[in-house]
Design a protein around this ligand. Structure first.
Ligand SMILES: [Zn+2]
Length: 447
């Protein structure tokens, strides 16, 4: 039996609870239940009356014709398009330069939730979420992933899980807006503090969430520590969910071994939330209740084999993105899957892999901790590389208005050192990056 929220908060006073957010979520409780029901319907519908990918294409075109072409400046000339293929393709750089052109002007600004992309492969983009979409991603993403993988979750509020992140913020508890819901947690692993990992593991042992979710590079850092799995005691989650970048086979095996849990791979982006997750047959199914995918060649035409994955969705009414180039390569299939779920699957997805840096102790360090450089310093672009002697080289392209680059480099060097749990040799240099190169990687390990 999961402890009620009050008991959790009195026992762990350092966990935050956003009462205002919770009260807002109650207004969306009914919609959340409906959304989850629709998801379950298609999950089990072996012969649905209509295919989910066709339904969503129609919905997108209807939304465009009825309101989005007037409410979203970027789509003002697109109301009469009869198929998705007639819409222009959107490049990330356009959204980076003109984010407001994609924001729905009919929604009051005070009701939007803003979130920045991580910027691991490019300049961060500020994404606006409608309240409905925000709560959908906050509260349904993990239950959907576990339901897809196991068919065992029939009500999202029954699943207790912990999302482990290194992003700035506070550890907090989330409550699904229905009675006797299992709490969910967002727990921070701050790698710059030596005691942070043992505190995280102690908490997991006490809270005992059924599922863990995090990014592969953070799992790699956590499981490289010698105190794992001794510190977990008898606690083992049932599911370990990985999303955000590419999960390679050795790490997948290591996660299964350390946690003795089922590992589930999922594909998500800040711009769209949860995009796809694995079924019992380990194929990645696109969540066609929210998105539709295309795979395009370099000319922007449907690719015969692998191509660039392009996504369309109007689920986020605040900032709907249509035919948006993800920068990831893969193949979209509608061939039936043995698991019985209809809809699109993703074959051979080649997402980005974020390499970890190695500390002198041999422990791995997840470099996405440095993503905060964008919000702290006036830099347009940066890259951090670990060289063969374990030192770090930070290349920065300052914002055009910066006059004292030396001062900026000193500040960044100090910040990078503060983010590390032990002293490192750090060299900062100025650079110009090639923006035609779509394979830009923010973090690299050069041996
Ligand atoms: Zn399947």
């Amino acid at each position: 039996m999961d402890p009620p929220i009050g008991q959790v908060l009195s026992r762990y006073p350092f966990l935050h609870f956003d009462l205002q957010e919770y009260l807002s979520s109650i207004k969306h409780a009914e919609q959340l239940q409906e959304d989850f029901k629709l998801f379950l319907h298609f999950l089990d519908a072996r012969t649905p009356a209509s295919m989910p990918e066709d339904e969503i294409k129609h919905r997108i075109l209807d939304d465009l014709a009825s309101n989005l072409s007037t409410d979203v400046p970027a789509y003002s000339a697109l109301s009469k398009r009869r198929s998705l293929q007639q819409l222009p393709i959107i490049d990330k750089t356009i959204v980076t330069r003109q984010p407001r052109a994609f924001v729905n002007g009919s929604l009051p600004l005070g009701q939007l939730w803003c979130h920045s992309t991580f910027g691991t492969s490019g300049v961060p983009i500020l994404v606006a979420y409608s309240a409905a979409f925000y709560f959908h991603q906050l509260l349904l993403a993990v239950p959907k992933i576990v339901a897809r993988a196991t068919r065992a979750v029939s009500a999202p509020e029954t699943l207790s899980y912990a999302h482990i992140t290194d992003a700035s913020g506070v550890s907090r508890v989330l409550q699904y807006p229905v009675r006797s819901a299992a709490p969910a947690f967002r727990l921070i692993y701050d790698q710059s503090h030596r005691g942070s990992l043992s505190r995280l593991l102690d908490l997991l042992r006490e809270l005992r969430p059924s599922a863990l979710t995090s990014r592969p590079e953070l799992y790699a850092a956590i499981t490289s520590d010698d105190m794992m799995p001794r510190r977990l005691g008898h606690y083992r989650p049932q599911f370990v969910i990985s999303s955000g970048s590419l999960l390679d086979k050795p790490l997948r095996r290591r996660l299964a071994d350390v946690f003795q849990a089922r590992v589930i791979d999922a594909y998500a982006m800040s711009e769209f939330g949860l995009i796809a997750s694995q079924c019992p047959k380990e194929r990645l199914h696109i969540d066609n209740t929210n998105h539709v995918a295309e795979c395009l060649n370099e000319e922007g035409r449907p690719a015969l084999g692998e191509g660039e994955l392009t996504l369309s969705s109007t689920a986020n009414r605040a900032m709907p993105l249509l035919r948006y180039r993800t920068g990831d390569q893969g193949k979209v299939s509608t061939a039936p899957c043995e698991c019985g779920s209809p809809g699109q699957t993703l074959e051979s997805l080649t997402g980005r892999r974020v390499p970890c840096f190695t500390l002198e102790t041999g422990q791995l360090y997840c470099p996405t901790q440095f993503n905060g450089i964008f919000s702290r310093f006036p830099v347009f672009q940066f890259q951090i590389r670990q060289l063969g002697d374990k030192s770090l080289e930070v290349l920065i392209e300052p914002d055009p208005g910066v006059t004292d680059v030396d001062d900026l480099m000193t500040g960044i060097s100090r910040h990078v050192q503060q983010c590390m749990p032990c002293p490192m040799r750090i060299k900062v240099a100025s650079a110009r990056f090639n923006y035609d190169n779509t394979k830009f990687l923010r973090y690299r390990v050069l041996s």
